[in-house]
Ligand binder design. Structure first.
Ligand code: NAD
Length: 323
């Protein structure tokens, strides 16, 4: 395959902020066609990427029937996502989606099983795994003999704003931090958690998520997330054999080795830019997916892997108090 022909379903804010520009930048990829229910978004995005009028759709089924595509990006909210993704897979297309992979683990497994049936490449946009400082720090600790424990902290100043899409904020957003714990530590064995609501019980959604998880091999992970915090704050802490990293993606990571001076690495220095599309891993997750199609390899955050993250999310959420 010399050129990867990509179709998009969704021309909304996330797709335009990170996915269209990254796919357009990939040297062996062409944006072949676009579908969005909203004509204004469809044409504005299609004009920006010079997609011809006859390759613009408001019905994704017509796009799947008429266009010869190697991959479809389905970048829309989780409600109604799974049936569209399953149609794309049944049409033989490799598929990229954003997090969360559907509304629940059942959605995620339904998509993963369909992809497996047709032997297609799939990916969920867990961009943190691709951010430059995170990858650098993870590699340094792995080279020193592996990871023993990690902390994933993800707070936001969302007091009064309520959950996204009326769904659990653990599923729609904190899932990034849960996925990082799985990426660092493997598969969970036991989960202890406190999932609570403070200040805004009237919203009937949880806003405090604290979990202590043991992973295979006796590794230990901690999740800390408070959604009524004073600011957005994301931090991953990773410990290895006489080495630790404190990661504030996308900006920087501090790495300490026993008996040595600490090292500070910056996302802008590793990537040569301050553009968060690049420092925070959005460009590279897209390149990874597209390269995997060409090389016939399964992407790192494929649907079955993401379904396991959704299962861990649900195990943590099950500790929630009834609201
Ligand atoms: N990785 C991250 O850090 C991150 C950040 C923000 C959002 N997201 C995720 O990105 C996804 C999209 O979020 P967004 O804010 O861009 O949404 P959005 O509402 O701005 O865009 C979604 C678009 O999909 C279109 N659409 C919906 N159903 C369709 C259908 N059946 N056919 C064709 N088009 C359809 C809508 O018209 C809309 O233009 C969400 O799942 C969100 O969780 C991820």
């Amino acid at each position: 395959m010399e050129v990867v022909r990509v179709g998009f379903i969704g021309a909304g804010s996330m797709a335009n902020a990170v996915h269209y520009p990254s796919v357009a930048e990939c040297p062996f990829t062409v944006i072949e066609s676009i579908c969005d229910l909203r004509a204004d978004r469809l044409h504005a995005t299609a004009d920006r990427y010079a997609v011809p009028k006859e390759k613009r759709y408001t019905d994704y089924r017509k796009m799947l029937e008429r266009e010869e595509l190697d991959a479809v990006y389905v970048i829309m909210p989780p409600m109604g996502l799974a049936p569209i993704v399953i149609d794309c897979l049944q049409a033989g297309k490799n598929v990229f989606i954003e997090k969360p992979p559907g509304c629940n683990a059942d959605d995620a497994w339904a998509m993963a099983e369909e992809a497996d049936r047709w032997k297609l490449k799939t990916m969920v946009g867990f961009n943190r795994r691709f951010s430059a400082v995170y990858r650098y720090a993870k590699r340094k600790i792995a080279e020193s003999g592996g990871i023993s424990s990690a902390v994933a902290e993800f707070h936001k100043d969302m007091l009064g704003s309520g959950p996204y899409y009326g769904m659990s904020i653990l599923t729609t957003d904190i899932i990034h931090a849960v996925d990082v714990l799985r990426d660092l530590l493997g598969e969970p064995v036991t989960v202890e958690a406190r999932v609570l609501s403070h200040w805004e019980k009237w919203m009937h959604s949880h806003n405090l998520f604290y979990a202590l998880i043991t992973f295979q091999g006796g590794r230990c992970g901690v999740l800390l997330a408070n959604r009524t915090a004073g600011s957005r704050y994301e931090r991953f802490e990773v410990h290895g054999r006489g080495i630790s990293a404190y990661i504030r993606a996308p900006e920087m990571a501090e790495i300490f080795r026993q008996g040595a001076e600490g090292q500070v690495v910056k996302g802008s220095e590793l990537t040569g830019t301050d553009d968060t599309r690049i420092t925070y891993g959005y460009r590279d997750e897209n390149f990874h997916f597209l390269e995997c199609i060409v090389r016939d390899q399964m992407p790192m955050t494929h649907f079955a892997d993401a379904a396991r993250t959704m299962e861990l999310v649900e195990r943590i959420e099950s500790f929630g108090t009834v609201l």
